[in-house]
Each structure stands twice: as C-alpha cells, then as structure tokens.
Design a protein around this ligand. Structure first.
Ligand code: SF4
Length: 79
C-alpha cells in the first residue's frame, strides 16, 4: 500500500515530505512531487509532514483524486 501525492501538492511543492522520507522515494516531477510506488515502505512520515494534506495511502485517496494513483505510477514508468 504505497502512499500517493494528490492535487493539493500542485503549485505548492512544499517539500517537507522529501525531508522526512527515510528511504528517499519522493521525487520532484514538474508540477508536483511523486512517490515511487515500489520504493515506499508505508511509514506514513510524509503524510504527517505535508502542510497541505496532499498525501494519502493508495486505498485512502479521496474519490476525486483517485487518478493521482495512476499519475504517480506513470511518472516512474516514463522515466
Ligand atoms: Fe517515504 Fe514513508 Fe511517505 Fe513512503 S510513507 S513516501 S516511505 S515518507
């Protein structure tokens, strides 16, 4: 159950999550940050650190932002 960064990150990119992630699996990607779904160890540190509440466990992403689950995955597949 990786964590996912959703819409509130866009245009904000506060970066607090990057600083707290123990495995450095949060990457900068243009309009927002992204969490690598295979590298995330589900520690929840980023979720608590995010000032705009953009981060959710993949099974807890609000309905309107569910496409961000795929957007996070796609970002790494395009690399
Ligand atoms: Fe990193 Fe933990 Fe957030 Fe996963 S849940 S992205 S390991 S801080």
């Amino acid at each position: 159950m990786p964590f996912v960064i959703a819409e509130p990150c866009i245009g904000v990119k506060d970066k607090s999550c990057v600083e707290v992630c123990p495995v450095n699996c949060i990457y900068e990607g243009g309009d927002q940050y992204y969490i690598h779904p295979d590298e995330c160890i589900d520690c929840q540190a980023c979720e608590a650190a995010c000032p705009v509440q953009a981060i959710f466990p993949d099974n807890g992403v609000p309905e309107k932002w569910r496409p961000f689950i795929q957007k996070n995955k796609d970002f790494f597949e395009q690399k």
